[in-house]
Ligand binder design. Sequence first.
Ligand code: NI
Length: 249
Amino acid sequence: MFTDTHCHIYKEYYNDISETLNNAQKCGITRFINNGSDTKSNQEVLKLIDTYQNMYGALGIHPESADTYKESDLTFIKDNLNHPKVIAIGEIGLDYHYTKENKEAQINLFETQLKLAETYNLPVIIHSREATEDTINSLKKYKVTGVIHSFSGSFETAQIYLKMGFSLGINGVITFKSSKLKEVIKNIPLENIILETDSPYLTPEPYRGTPNEPARILEIAKFIANLKNIDLETLSNITNKNIKRIFDI
Ligand code: NI
């Protein structure tokens, strides 16, 4: 039994969410952490976690909204953090891939939400793209832990995050032929890893090119079990223990 610790299950991506979740259950993926990225998706996450018993939510404002978000978007998150199935703040972070020009606005939004996580004692789900140094600097200012979502950095970067108490969210990227991530993950203890799909993005091999869904956790699990030379049951036990430690579910 596996958990998809990072997905974006919204109506705009999935015509039939019940069917998508049923497909996942058939593959042994029995829990889902649905991540918001703006007020619209945060609202949807809240609705869906009330509908589906095995779905949990993370609320956050993604760095791509750093120039457009409003104060009320943050208030909305704050107002819903006491929901018993909201288990983290995410996805939040820094993304310099498309632009660095709004760096300050991104850092400001990121740190405001880190502060919120610290105040509410909630773990964070971090998006960091081409912004490792600034991400680490911001994280160091707050008493927070959580997950570096879609980790694909070097062994050295992994060590820094692990020392800070963070775990690594590993998804379909590890199955890509060109990815160097497998070499890194080979040398990282399983106690520091959790599995995610980032659905509908980052579909693993051999399904690359089609929309992703939580059922594909199985492909990622098989790949990592093979890489670590363990069976799926052991991987499931360890990763679920990690999830319990991080998110308390
Ligand atoms: Ni995501």
